[in-house]
Design a protein around this ligand. Structure first.
Ligand code: HEC
Length: 167
């Protein structure tokens, strides 16, 4: 009898320890980064090969023509055009023409790379989600693709100012 009691308690403690170890390992596995956006910290899962610190904070001074051309293509092929315009007004999501004025480059990149995390943890993204009532999907962009799209946005905004016939 006594022997069984000892065996059972050892087994229970052992399983408990394994469960705790498992959760601990999983926490280590998910490399998350805390960011201070607005008044609330955003936790961004960066397990896929890029780091938030590597994303530039400020918008580039000028757009790069070949990046902007690639961005225009991605804007069409990755579904952005279904929900957004650059200077043509709101669709399902906001018009991106003045993105530069209302958001930092890093925030915008994170919005393209991790809309799901942003909608969960960033207060501005949460407010937008409430306002537009549709959850922007994660289009699985690489940081380079996201940068190209933002160069296109930068270019589009400028065309809008200087050329009223451009869409
Ligand atoms: C199904 C529609 C949909 C698709 C597809 C989509 N978005 Fe969005 N997007 C939204 C909505 C709605 C919002 C508002 C907030 C939210 O839902 O997170 C948004 C928010 C944004 C924001 C922040 C806007 C702001 O005013 O601060 C950016 C930038 C953006 N989207 C860019 C893109 C890009 C680039 C793509 C393509 C890779 C894309 N979106 C694909 C619907 C979409």
């Amino acid at each position: 009898m006594r022997v069984w009691r000892v065996i059972v308690s050892v087994a229970v403690v052992g399983v408990g320890a394994l469960v705790i170890l498992y959760f601990f390992m999983e926490r280590l596995e998910r490399k998350t980064v805390r960011l201070e956006f607005n008044e609330e910290p955003a936790v961004v899962d960066t397990s896929d090969n890029w780091r938030v610190e590597d994303l530039p904070e400020r918008w580039p001074e000028f757009f790069n023509d070949s990046l902007a051309a690639l961005g225009e293509e991605l804007f069409a092929t990755r579904g952005c055009r279904v929900c957004h315009t650059v200077g043509g007004g709101d669709l399902v999501g906001p018009d991106l023409a003045n993105l530069r004025k209302r958001a930092t480059y890093r925030w915008s990149l994170l919005m393209l790379l991790k809309p799901d995390s942003m909608q969960q943890y960033d207060s501005t993204a949460r407010r937008l989600l409430k306002e537009y009532g549709v959850q922007m999907p994660n289009q699985k962009l690489t940081p380079q693709e996201a940068e190209a799209i933002l160069h296109y946005v930068l270019k589009g905004g400028r065309n809008q100012n200087s050329n009223s016939s451009g869409r």
